[in-house]
Structure formats: structure tokens, C-alpha cells
Design a protein around this ligand. Structure first.
Ligand code: KIV
Length: 250
């Protein structure tokens, strides 16, 4: 799709979500480890385990989407080649058609080994949420020369290792545009400006149902929680009325 059509990608964490997004024609669905925050109530993605990712991947895969279904390798699950391949295989056994991990040059051997196993690999560079404690927060990457060179090296390493696409998270827009021009695989941006080959969002941010925090780069154009609260409130009122009616009858 690179150069032909903008690529839309969204996160899906369970069967109904994957079904609905697939019905909308979204071509790439990601069982993201963001589920730690928006589904499991964790403060960030660092506490997400392989068992969590397998559980949610299995649920999303039951939708049998036409979309490509990718799943995240969580923090600590791809520290060396053997564990990376074994855990990528576990996600595939749970129903993923591709896996994603965070990093470029530093995990090149793991990516090469995963690709050599025949498992399609989606890269993720720029701000790496699994490193949020080391980095001290979520901030835009690529503003200094050092960061710029690092991100370009990571993008090149991903291409050479055989990644089919790369997520650019919170990359300075000019840097994201340059990478998009220079590498042959599609770039999927999140908070990285408009000049990527595609865009990805945490779906609950788009719906404004993420419980704690909606990042600045997302402007939900509807407030689903207002309708949800309305439905719950109306339902509660409806059975109060039934009770009152029954009391009156008695
Ligand atoms: O975990 C996730 O949802 C992600 C996307 C935001 C790219 O990695």
C-alpha cells in the first residue's frame, strides 16, 4: 500500500472490537500491549505479560478478521534470540499473523531470527513505551542530532532485518517524513505528523473510552462514554419505574 493508499491501523483487544474494526475495513489490527493501560488498569505497558498478550490475541483472532492481525511482544519477552522466537511463536499459536517489538538496531538479531522463522515482523521505533521508566516519560524523539541519527539507524536496521513495516511513535514530524521518503517499507505514525504512509491509534483513545488519559495527538470526534453513561442511567431509571409500578400494584 506504500505510495498508493494511506494505511489505517487500530488496536483491537478482544473479539467484539476486532469484529467491529474489521467490518469498518481497517486493514491492520494490532493487539497492542497498550491493553495494559486501557483494559487491565496498569499504569503503563511495562507490567504486561506474555499470558496477557496470548489471552487477548486469542480473543481478537476469534473474529477471523480480513485485516492483518499483529500482536505485541511485551517487555522482557524478546531479550535474546531464543526467547524472542519462542514468544513470537506463542503469539502466532494464539492467532497473530505478525508480531511487533520495540527497538531497531539493538534487537536486530531477534528480528532476523523471527523473520527467518517465517513470522512477519512489524517494527516500532521512536518513543518506546516499554522504556518509559528509563526515558522518564513520553516525549517526542528526533529533535536533537543524536536522536535523529539514532532513529534513522534504527529504521535502516529494521529494513535490513526484514521488517515489513514500522510504527513511528512520537517522532518529530520532519524526521518521520524523511524516514517515510527514504525507506522502502511503510511507516505507520502515531503522534509523528501527517507525512507517514499510515496512522495508528489506540482505539479507545479515538472513542474517548480510555479510562485515565487521552494523549494530545488524538482528537476524539465523538464522546462514546456520554452515550454509555446515558444508556446505563436510562436502564437504571427504567427498572426503578418497574419497581415503583409493582409497589403501586401491591
Ligand atoms: O501498544 C500499542 O497499542 C502500540 C500502538 C500504540 C502502536 O504499540
Amino acid at each position: 500500500m506504500k505510495g498508493c493508499k494511506p494505511i489505517a491501523a487500530l488496536t483491537a483487544y478482544d473479539y467484539p472490537m476486532a469484529r467491529m474494526l474489521d467490518e469498518c475495513g481497517v486493514p491492520l489490527l494490532l493487539v497492542g500491549d497498550s491493553l495494559g493501560m486501557v483494559v487491565l488498569g496498569l499504569p503503563d505497558t511495562t507490567g504486561v505479560k506474555m499470558a496477557d498478550m496470548e489471552h487477548h490475541t486469542r480473543a481478537a483472532a476469534r473474529a477471523q478478521p480480513n485485516a492483518l492481525l499483529a500482536a505485541d511482544l511485551p517487555k522482557g519477552s524478546y531479550g535474546n534470540v531464543e526467547t524472542a522466537v519462542a514468544n513470537a511463536r506463542r503469539l502466532v499459536d494464539a492467532g497473530a499473523e505478525a508480531v511487533k517489538a520495540e527497538g531497531g538496531l539493538s534487537i536486530r538479531p531477534q528480528i532476523e531470527a523471527i523473520v527467518a522463522e517465517g513470522i512477519p515482523f512489524l517494527g516500532h521505533i521512536g518513543m518506546l513505551p516499554q522504556n518509559v521508566h528509563v526515558e522518564g516519560g513520553y516525549r517526542v524523539k528526533g529533535k536533537t542530532d543524536d536522536e535523529l541519527e539514532g532513529i534513522i539507524r534504527d529504521a535502516e536496521a529494521l529494513v535490513e532485518a526484514g521488517a515489513f513495516s514500522v510504527v513511528l511513535e512520537l517522532v518529530a514530524p520532519a524526521v518521520a517524513a524523511r524516514i517515510t521518503r527514504e525507506i522502502p517499507i511503510p511507516t505507520i505514525g502515531i503522534g509523528s505528523g501527517t507525512d507517514c504512509d499510515g496512522q495508528i491509534l489506540v482505539t479507545t483513545d479515538l472513542w474517548a473510552t480510555s479510562p485515565d488519559y487521552i494523549p494530545r495527538h488524538v482528537q476524539p470526534n465523538m464522546q462514546v462514554p456520554i452515550e454509555m453513561r446515558q444508556a446505563v442511567g436510562d436502564w437504571m431509571k427504567s427498572f426503578k419505574t418497574i419497581e415503583t409500578q409493582e409497589l403501586k400494584r401491591d
